[in-house]
Design a protein around this ligand. Structure first.
Ligand SMILES: [Zn+2]
Length: 120
């Protein structure tokens, strides 16, 4: 029984490479839900207020780098496709389809820190 549980744990860990988890507040250590993170991601300014303890949290530089990298790669691929195959509505459709996908995975990329980090 113990062994079986261990195996299930390992499977979960392996299917979760690089620690793709929801962000955790660095002040109260509580994990934010997808919905909370998603909503808080659209607040103006760099500080995100923890819904549990009210502390200011900041998105890490790593998160910002990854998210800007994804945006750049997506745009670059679409531009390249347009250059190679000529302008096509299909690529705009792909871009529109990619946006909600990106927004859907964004909360999983978010890492929080107590101190605001410089962008680069
Ligand atoms: Zn908190």
């Amino acid at each position: 029984m113990q062994e079986k549980l261990q195996r299930i744990n390992d499977t979960i860990r392996l299917s979760n490479p690089g620690g793709v988890t929801m962000p955790t507040c660095q002040n109260c250590n509580r994990t934010w839900t997808w919905k909370q993170t998603f909503k808080k991601s659209f607040t103006l300014g760099s500080a995100i207020i923890c819904p549990y303890c009210g502390a200011n949290q900041y998105v890490t530089t790593r998160t910002r780098k990854i998210s800007s990298m994804i945006t750049t790669i997506t745009i670059a691929v679409i531009m390249l496709m347009n250059v190679l195959f000529g302008p096509s509505l299909l690529f705009f459709v792909a871009l529109i389809a990619a946006t909600p996908t990106y927004l859907g995975i964004y909360p999983y990329l978010v890492e929080l820190t107590n101190q605001e980090e410089p962008l680069w």
